[in-house]
Design a protein around this ligand. Structure first.
Ligand code: NAD
Length: 416
């Protein structure tokens, strides 16, 4: 999570945290405990590159809080994956798992690397070196990893294998792994599907007919492309999509299965012929019913928030809206469905995968999707109800619910 020039990513999260902490009346000591991660590790990761050189990468694992259960959080490969960003993302995981009422705490890992510049063999060696460095912090009842930006099911398979070499067969040590080695059906699509479940519930409250809704999407990776596929199947018109290279627009609705096929072969949506080209930077200028940031953080700034023309923002990415952007959207009365809730489908199905692994038992995809829907709907209802009861935004309500649950668990366990 790149910080704004003036503040770190952790400072940004703290602005939202403080508002919820004020409304909950948290004591200064408890606030301080929640603002400091429980444990952090920084590791130097030397690996041999394919050309024989030794390259050294820097990796992190931050364990923020485990009052409600084992640490849970993704592993990100990105050049911005510095200690501050990983810390902020670990903190968000604590509130997110609590909001979804999952028996987990919050953690995050990252390696500062541009994964597209490494070969498959180099990525394999880097993932193994990282796992060796952090393995003493991991455990199926201690800290469980999952994929995030720049990592995927294959990365998790390497983590599982490297961990297993030291500790024996433990498939529950990672989630989001390939189905053939214990991954859960439905996990790959879970974050996009969960976002769609939240949108369906909110659309009913906001009076938006999703079968006619025009959707604009930034990001067409795991989250964005699955969200698009599911929204398309439900009849929504995805009229514009942008990624890190470029964008495409079709006022009659893009053919999402064809676009997904194109993006898989070309690594971008840019150049897709059944659409007009669009500069990536113009994605937020297109009028729509639902705007979905599903790429990176800090993209809805104060300036962008003044320009966007949508009935609702569905935050599928983590921290896509700066606090200033959030304030402008609030002034303009544009409803924002917050990341803490919207993208929690991934960690929810990760929880299902973990439980299946611990029991050595498999659920059908139908059961996974049905249980996911129930969890997402319950969380949305809790957020909507606190939001209308306390006359606060959905984001403030999501933070309040998550923080209150963690504070309660910490107190019951006698942390403080
Ligand atoms: P991904 O790496 O699969 O895809 C990222 C997408 O964003 C790609 O289409 C890429 O081209 C695009 N992108 C990158 N930089 C961009 C830029 N500057 N402008 C426009 N587009 C850009 O990542 P993902 O797993 O889909 O994750 C996307 C977001 O969702 C991240 O914020 C991640 O933390 C969050 N998230 C992911 C999961 C999950 O299960 N994968 C779960 C929860 C939250």
């Amino acid at each position: 999570m790149a910080s704004t020039p003036e503040r770190s990513a952790q400072d940004d999260i703290k602005i939202f945290f403080d508002r919820a902490a004020d409304s909950l009346g948290l004591s200064p000591g408890v606030r301080r405990m929640f603002c400091e991660p429980w444990r952090e590790l920084r590791a130097s990761l030397p690996i041999r590159m394919d050309d024989g050189r030794v390259e050294v990468f820097i990796g992190y694992r931050v364990q923020h809080n485990a009052a409600r259960g084992p640490y849970k959080g993704g592993l990100r490969f990105h050049l911005n994956a510095n200690q501050d960003e990983v810390r902020a993302l670990a903190t968000l995981m604590t509130w997110k798992t609590a909001l979804l009422d999952l028996p987990f705490g919050g953690a995050k890992g990252g390696i500062q690397v541009a994964p597209q510049e490494l070969s498959e063999a180099e990525l394999n060696r880097l993932t193994r070196r990282y796992t060796q460095s952090v393995q003493h912090l991991l455990g199926t009842h201690r800290d469980v990893m999952a994929p995030d930006m720049g990592t995927n099911a294959q990365t998790m398979a390497w983590v599982m294998d490297a961990y297993g070499q030291a500790h024996g067969y433990e498939p529950a040590i990672v989630t989001g792994k390939p189905v053939e080695i214990g991954g859960s059906l439905g996990r790959e699509a879970a974050t996009g599907r969960g976002a769609m479940f939240v949108l369906q519930e909110a659309a009913a409250d906001l009076g938006i007919d999703l079968r006619r809704a025009r959707v604009v999407l930034q990001g067409f990776g795991n989250v964005g492309s699955w969200f698009a596929r599911i929204a398309y199947e439900e009849g929504a018109q995805i009229i514009a999509v942008a990624d890190h290279v470029g964008g495409v627009y079709n006022g009659d609705g893009l053919d999402i299965p064809e676009l997904a096929d194109y993006a898989q072969h070309h690594g971008t949506v840019d150049g897709f012929s059944a659409a007009e080209p669009l500069a990536a930077a113009d994605i937020f200028d297109i009028e729509c019913d639902v705007l979905v940031p599903a790429a990176i953080e800090n993209v809805i700034t104060e300036e962008i928030a003044r320009r966007i023309k949508t009935k609702v923002v569905l935050e599928a990415a983590n921290h896509p809206t700066t606090p200033e952007g959030d304030a402008v959207l609030g002034e303009r009365r544009v409803p924002v469905l917050p990341d803490l809730l919207v993208n929690a489908g991934g960690v929810t199905v990760s929880y299902f995968e973990w439980t299946q692994n611990l029991q050595q038992f498999h659920w059908s995809e139908e059961k996974v999707n049905d249980e996911l829907r129930q969890r997402m709907v319950r969380a949305y209802e809790a957020v909507a109800s606190v939001s209308s009861r306390d006359r606060i935004t959905h984001r403030e309500a999501a933070f309040t619910i998550g923080i209150e649950r963690v504070a309660k668990a910490a107190m019951l366990r006698g942390f403080v």
